[in-house]
Design a protein. Structure first.
Length: 119
């Protein structure tokens, strides 16, 4: 199972970016997908998650600004980030809980994409 993230970049405060992360390989199903971020010198923190049924969860600091969504047919999760702030600057990682068969699951990570919010 591989996760390929894309969409990071440099944006001014108040701007928007959309991250994408596609899962590929051979597997049975994908359960929860999510985005995490790691700022320099800090631990990796949860940003948002979404279940296969569409239930979402956000860290308080991004509520109302970020929207997580997924396309189950494409095995892809998205993160629409609006009203970006300098404190959103971090490497963003996608994560997926993948069932490789009906009984066994594992947690997989993408390679990370840099988001820099600066004027």
């Amino acid at each position: 199972v591989q996760l390929q993230a894309s969409g990071g970049g440099l944006v001014q405060p108040g701007g928007s970016l959309r991250l994408s992360c596609a899962a590929s390989g051979t597997f049975f199903s994908i359960n929860v997908m999510g985005w995490y971020r790691q700022a320099p010198g800090k631990l990796r923190d949860l940003v948002a998650t979404i279940t296969s049924g569409g239930r979402t969860n956000y860290v308080d600091s991004v509520k109302g600004r970020f929207t997580i969504s997924r396309d189950n047919a494409k095995n892809t999760v998205y993160l629409q980030m609006n009203s970006l702030k300098p404190e959103d600057t971090a490497v963003y990682y996608c994560n997926a809980v993948v069932f490789t068969n009906p009984w066994d699951s594992g947690s997989y990570w993408g390679q990370g994409t840099q988001v820099t919010v600066s004027s």
